[in-house]
Design a protein around this ligand. Sequence first.
Ligand SMILES: Cc1cc2nc3c(=O)[nH]c(=O)nc-3n(C[C@H](O)[C@H](O)[C@H](O)COP(=O)(O)OP(=O)(O)OC[C@H]3O[C@@H](n4cnc5c(N)ncnc54)[C@H](O)[C@@H]3O)c2cc1C
Ligand code: FES
Length: 285
Amino acid sequence: MKENKILEKSVLCSDTVSLIIYSPVIAAKARAGQFVIVRASEEGERIPLTIAESYPSSGTINLAILKRGKTTNLLCSLNKGDYITDIAGPLGKPSEIEKFGTVCIIGGGVGIAPTVPIIKAMKEAGNFVISIMGARNCSGLIFEDSIKKYSNQYHVCTDDGSTGYKGFVSGFLTQYLNENPDKKPDRIVAIGPVLMMKAVCDVTSPFGIKTIVSLNPIMVDGTGMCGSCRVEVGGKTMFGCVDGPEFDGHLVDFGLLNSRLNIYCNEEKVSYDKYMEKHECKMKI
Ligand SMILES: Cc1cc2nc3c(=O)[nH]c(=O)nc-3n(C[C@H](O)[C@H](O)[C@H](O)COP(=O)(O)OP(=O)(O)OC[C@H]3O[C@@H](n4cnc5c(N)ncnc54)[C@H](O)[C@@H]3O)c2cc1C
Ligand code: FES
């Protein structure tokens, strides 16, 4: 079979699609936390996508894609039997997986997808895994079966309250940490929109819980050459693609990341305060 063929397509929710792609070299090497750079057509731009699942035995990888702009919409319009022009990877540093004790893995929106291999690997390393997943509504809670399978506890949050806790993952986390002072996680991993990751870091900082976030700066080559993925961590300039994408969230300059992400964006820029206000997420610690 030729590489990069789409073997399966499924609609995960209204704006998110999963593609199972035949890519045996990447499937054999991929580790939790890594991503690929994809080109959807000959003239197309390169975009980074996290490897949500990889199956070395069948030589396949699973990419979960949220429709945002041109390339993600084009990818989501492809069907079973179609080919993706290029897929380069696996790229980036794998997640740090070891036996920490209790780990809490938090996913938001399409950021739920990359938590799946991390949850699995953390469980296999002997951790007690608490998963907290958030979405706008219940249909956005993707990969539920895989997450439940590898989690000791599975909590869900929805913005509209259609299932689980009504509100943000950061609100639920605040409540959880306040109500369970004896069960403080040894490590937290949060993946999702920039403002969500910042909100989680603001919650965990006073508790002194190390919090890893997976950053999503604009990427072009994914190999440390173009510099477009520059982020500031602990006052130092780092490249998201080769030094990350995972970093210590308490050291990340989220304001800079957010403004760099909006450089080419026509969408209204949302400030952290407005975001929290809009979602009535009042954190009391
Ligand atoms: C390491 C990493 C892993 C990611 N994993 C996933 C994933 O698994 N699933 C998923 O749906 N999305 C993922 N993204 C985000 C995804 O790359 C962007 O949504 C996509 O590039 C948007 O391209 P577009 O042409 O559809 O949209 P555009 O209209 O071009 O852009 C929409 C917004 O997407 C962001 N964006 C655009 N181009 C890039 C780029 N080259 N690199 C990064 N961000 C960009 C910008 O914020 C931009 O404002 C990841 C990003 C990074 C950095
Ligand atoms: S994407 Fe070019 S240096 Fe990171």
